[in-house]
Design a protein around this ligand. Sequence first.
Ligand SMILES: NC(=O)c1ccc[n+]([C@@H]2O[C@H](COP(=O)([O-])OP(=O)(O)OC[C@H]3O[C@@H](n4cnc5c(N)ncnc54)[C@H](OP(=O)(O)O)[C@@H]3O)[C@@H](O)[C@H]2O)c1
Length: 333
Amino acid sequence: MSTANRQVLLASRPSGAVSEANFRIVEAPLPVAGEGEVLVRNEWLSLDPYMRGRMNEAKSYAPSVAIGEVMVGQTVGEVIESRDPRLQPGDKVLTSTGWQLYGVAKARDVTKIDVSRAPAPCYLGVLGMPGMTAWFGLREIGRPKAGETLVVSAASGAVGSVVGQLAKIAGCRTIGIAGGRSKCDYVVRELGFDACVDHKTGRLADDLRAACPNGIDIDFENVGGSVLDTVLALANPHSRVILCGMIAEINAAEPYGYRRLRSVLLNRIRMQGMIVFDWKERYAEAVAALTEHFVAGRLKYRESIVEGLDHAPRGLIALFRGENFGKQLVRLG
Ligand SMILES: NC(=O)c1ccc[n+]([C@@H]2O[C@H](COP(=O)([O-])OP(=O)(O)OC[C@H]3O[C@@H](n4cnc5c(N)ncnc54)[C@H](OP(=O)(O)O)[C@@H]3O)[C@@H](O)[C@H]2O)c1
């Protein structure tokens, strides 16, 4: 075991797009586990869009990272030392110890993962927070019925890919929106969506209308901005919008000016924001159901892997440029 830790700290707050200069990489002493705690060697780090919000000073649904603090993030890794009877050295676990090679966590905050059922990094993606976001958002807010048309944006991504496959299982006509031909081809050929529309062609409105001849009953919204406006123009009476993410606005200096909100009124659309933490008490239920689909081969996934902790900033930046193709991860060891 190494005697030193390595960490990525928040060095400054971005104004607009994130840059590598917003981070600082440092060596630090190995942390020490206290009573009721475990020392974990992190093997995989998840990179997620919410991290951009944590880099801001502004108040949000979760606290900001302070300047000089380790960047927040979920990891999977191995218990090296345990001072709690619930966990043993060698256990594979999911923790929130952030962008570092080693972390200490309270045993009660650590989730043991079953790597005999799925590879460890899946617990950061299809069976992890993104998968659970898809699960609860779709079931609890979208409430899909067979024969309805569902549209999901960022369709090849960590959340979108699970949403679309679950919607197909529920019997929906499932349409993706994604950036570029190869992502759209993957969404249809590998994930089994009925169609996927490329938002980068300049023809989104026409192509989406052609792909949704019966209008849209459910929109699982991962992008916001002009994509959401375009969807609202095609929404059916009594349709549902699951407002999950607005990544198109995440780096923008000004909020996007929505032009189609009148559709919400005219069509009596139910639009609800969601934060997956609200279902924290029910995570086990989602993981069990997702694992069943996964083991049966009904949930396919793809990963974009950045090699090494030092390249984590580059991986986060890639997410906001649409350069990731599937769940964005960092391999740490
Ligand atoms: N509410 C919650 O609890 C919760 C939980 C998890 C995630 N989310 C949200 O869900 C969304 C997807 O997250 P994810 O982790 O699955 O990420 P992801 O889809 O794997 O990756 C992000 C994707 O967003 C698209 N994108 C990035 N910048 C964009 C822009 N300016 N305009 C349009 N599209 C852009 C790109 O896809 P294309 O190349 O296809 O455009 C990019 O690959 C995000 O908005 C995230 O904030 C919310």
